[in-house]
Design a protein around this ligand. Sequence first.
Ligand code: AMP
Length: 451
Amino acid sequence: MELFEDFKINNQLQYGIEDLGFKKPTPIQSKSFPVIMSGKDVVGIAQTGTGKTFAYMLPILQNLKYSEQKHPRVLVMVPTRELVIQVEQEINKFAKYLNLRVAAVYGGVNMNTHHQLVAQGCDIVVATPGRLYDLTLSRALQLKQIKQLVIDEVDVMLDLGFRFQLTNILEILPPRRQNIMFSATMTEDVNLFIQDFFKSPTTISVAVSGTPLENIDQVCYAVPNFYTKVNLLLDLLKDKDTFQKVLVFVPNKKSADLVFNLLEERFSYEVAVIHSNKTQNYRLRSIENFNKEKTRVLVTSDVMSRGLDLHKITHVINFDTPRYPENYMHRIGRTGRAEEQGSSILLYTEKEREAKEAIEELMGTSIKELEMPEQVEISKQLTPEERPREKEIDNPTKIKDEDAPGPAFHEKKEKNRKENLGGSYRRKLEKKYKKPKTRGDKNYNKRNKNK
Ligand code: AMP
């Protein structure tokens, strides 16, 4: 289906789309529409930027008849609070001519506020799994009318350890429903999840990155260590005319804080950071400031940023080299969107060379390597992880093999492998006399005989 008209959607939706100025459906929208309309279970492989939110919302809204009933009929679950807000905004954007009630619920907000919100009745609930489950436990929200379930960003959801909450919710949903799932990547966890809960789903997928690779100018630098990477970053970011809106990817919260603090010393309010240990308000403010171009540089980890719709990023800087090449594709897909040219810079240490090569193999192209600018100081300072492990001489108790399993993870010794069946004395007697000898055994047999 090449045009929105081909979808034969109702006028209200059509007007909404026209107002938004969308010319034609994106590939994931074209592929999803007929399948979701058919009522089958669907697994969509697509990441943010591909138009996936409308890909599932469009057919859902087309099917959703006006109703005044209290209980929601559509449930959309997403991993983070930011995404709840974003999805709610997306729905309201193009459903403005529909009479639709959307309730957005997520953790960190007073429970009473959400009790009052859902008590008013709603058609669609957009939620994080934890808060949703709490609301159903307290009976504020009933899910017995749910006809369609969407789980978005399942890979992130499982990464964040939400499987338990998801399973709990799936178990209380009515069995006759349509399951729709979107994930940026297929992982073993995602696959198992689908097998457990989906009925022969149809899989729809679009290219790994929503952005064509030709739109992104990719370069890399070989950098000896963490602090030299920081020096290089400081040097690059000096050029404010070129580096107008920059997303800096770091591997985890700890590096996020460290890199942020070092950048902040130089660039103060031009820099912001988001990761899961920051309060919700802090994160929302950081994203808003970045989108409004109040801040120029946003430091983030993969999981936190995935799914967020950030506009017009001029540069993606990969402070580390992702171990999974797909994550690199997700990262660089944040720039060069909507037919604009974007830039990606990868910083890699010798240890990360292999990961860089895996990325190049996946893309079928190599990343142009640039010389370190002369003015960038090569730091001698090492992080605790980078420091060579000190060898202990004359420590007779030290295990020689570095890979030897630690105390909490070792094979059981032979004598501990035996299963403890209890009553060893009784078993020994039984074996010897071939019949029960102790009083307990005799009584047990007597009781069983009388049954
Ligand atoms: P998503 O992948 O759902 O996060 O969407 C990414 C962005 O693309 C959002 O800002 C949408 O408003 C926008 N978008 C969605 N569908 C279309 C379309 N058919 N044409 C142009 N932009 C779109």
